[in-house]
Design a protein around this ligand. Structure first.
Ligand code: F6P
Length: 506
């Protein structure tokens, strides 16, 4: 499907709706608060406060059909090389269920099962040991997913271990963490698909030397040789594969820390929540498909209404790391401007994704959401049943969630321009019945598939990340000059000036 054709369709629909307030849409179609809501298991999403009406939805669904989204989802789970710049599959779905028919998918499922047995054996050995503290050393996809899940699911934790995360190459992070730990009671899990990431290798070296005992060293990597050469006992290296992208990998042994935090049953439940969304995505017609609605809403806000930012606003303290996790998932996957055929995409791709936990952020950036010059679309995410016994707090949290949604949509007129709320700020409202391993798995899988479907329409690769390589190469080139004041200054005049300033001041 030609990009210009679907962009024209969206422009036509948007022209009708750009000046149409959300309040008017609600009057036009009083049933939309119910008809534009979908539930899959514990996950409910309401799109009634998006500036999209019936004809626009129909147009969007036709665009999804024309872009062959159902076939694209099948290609993903079957193990076709959807990562086309690297000729690789992206089989994260094979890590959580028997979905997909191709030989690649079946082989991946077998590998995932075998790896799971090894995860369990190592987990059992750790549980039986005197280790109390686990340090997950990794960055990006080797950090954000496990960090989010461990933090979010602490109420479902087995409580056997304290789990820590060390990602930043900034030595303060390691120094502060190690000051709280004891080598004899600690184990480090070095998580790196490539086992070549500078931050992880430096922090891993620090941990290895501090622990002083290789028996306390574990690794998860697709490069088993490098992990072994680093000094991790071969029996303690869990596998990764090139058919899983880092930011899609928490379901694999990359989630070892999650398994240690919430137990085998909890880890299974996380997988089953994601697998439920996989089946829903594959088996549900476009119009009733939550993954499709989520992806189309993003396309609409970006390509029809032209918004270039999207806020993630979880109203649950335990989901405070969700914005950071989705930032990598979305911006590393969709931050591209060149199509499969090498031509420019021809429309805006990823918006700036950001956010924070409500109610805290109501007292920081919500002013801009309500009265700023730019419209900032958002997802507000609430949890119906809490895991604490403080109903007054929870009622206040939910009241704030509902209130903010209403205020953003409806605004409030005032003769005083400073006290006027324009409203008309589109957003989606999501509710989880409770924050459980299943519902978290479902929420993350929903976003994974939504990201992928957007990439299909834009004809970009959701599974590569060439954009991050240049900075790494330059850092490697600069490192000798940063470490040695007698080394020649770099050729770039600004870098040379800055490094000169650093040398004069240290
Ligand atoms: O620099 C980006 C990146 O490659 C991410 O895509 C990845 O999640 C992260 O680095 C960590 O990579 P690795 O797991 O190979 O250490």
């Amino acid at each position: 499907m030609q990009t210009s054709a679907w962009l024209d369709t969206l422009a036509f629909e948007a022209a009708r709706l750009l000046d149409r307030p959300l309040t008017a849409l609600a009057v036009d179609d009083p049933g939309r608060s119910r008809s534009l809501a979908w539930r899959v298991g514990p996950l409910y999403a309401n799109y009634a406060r998006q500036r999209i009406d019936g004809p626009a939805w129909q147009a969007l669904l036709q665009i999804a059909d024309g872009a062959r989204w159902p076939q694209a989802l099948q290609a993903l789970v079957d193990g076709e090389p959807v990562n086309f710049t690297e000729q690789r599959a992206a089989l994260h779905t094979a890590l959580r269920g028997e979905i997909g028919n191709g030989p690649a998918a079946r082989a991946a499922q077998q590998q995932a099962l075998a790896a799971r047995e090894r995860i369990e054996a190592l987990a059992d050995a750790l549980i039986a040991s005197e280790v109390t503290d686990i340090v997950n050393v990794g960055i990006g996809g080797s950090d954000l997913g496990p960090r989010l899940a461990v933090d979010a699911l602490r109420d479902h934790g087995a409580g056997r271990f304290r789990i820590h995360f060390l990602s930043n190459v900034d030595g303060h992070a390691a120094q502060h963490l190690l000051a709280t730990l004891e080598p004899r009671r600690s184990a480090a899990v070095l998580v790196s698909k490539s086992f070549g990431t500078q931050e992880t290798l430096l922090n891993g070296t620090l941990l290895r030397d501090w622990l002083g005992d290789p028996r306390h060293l574990y690794a998860v990597s697709a490069n088993v040789e490098r992990a072994a050469a680093f000094g991790v006992p071969a029996a303690q290296v869990l596998p990764m594969w090139d058919w899983v992208g880092g930011r899609y990998s928490l379901w694999s042994a990359v989630g070892f820390a999650i398994r240690l935090a919430i137990g085998a049953d909890g880890f299974d439940r996380l997988h089953s929540g994601a697998a439920m969304i996989d089946r829903h995505a594959l088996q549900t017609p476009l119009a009733d498909n939550l993954v499709v609605r989520q992806a189309l809403t993003s396309i609409w806000n970006r390509n029809a209404l032209g918004y270039d930012s999207h806020a993630i606003l979880p109203y649950d303290e335990r989901l405070r790391l969700l914005p950071a996790y989705l930032q990598q998932l979305t911006m590393e996957s969709l931050g591209k401007s060149v199509r499969r055929d090498g031509l420019p995409v021809g429309c805006g791709t990823v918006p700036v994704l950001w956010g924070g936990a409500g109610t805290d952020c109501q007292h920081s950036f919500f002013q801009a959401l309500h009265q700023g010059t730019d419209t900032l679309p958002a997802d507000l995410i609430g949890v119906v049943r809490p895991d604490h016994a403080h109903p007054d707090n929870h009622h206040a949290l939910l009241a704030n969630l509902l209130a903010q949604s209403e205020a953003l949509a409806n605004g409030s007129a005032s003769d005083d321009p400073h006290r006027h709320y324009p409203g008309n700020r589109p957003h989606t409202l999501m509710l989880l019945d409770a924050l459980t391993p299943e519902s978290l798995g479902a929420l993350l899988a929903l976003h994974e598939h939504s990201v992928y479907l957007q990439s299909v329409l834009w004809q970009i690769d959701a599974f590569d990340q060439w954009g991050v390589e240049l900075g790494k190469t330059i850092a490697g080139r600069l490192l000798p000059a940063v470490g040695d004041d007698s080394a020649a200054l770099p050729s770039d005049p600004v870098t040379a000036e800055l490094l000169g300033e650093i040398r004069r001041r240290r």
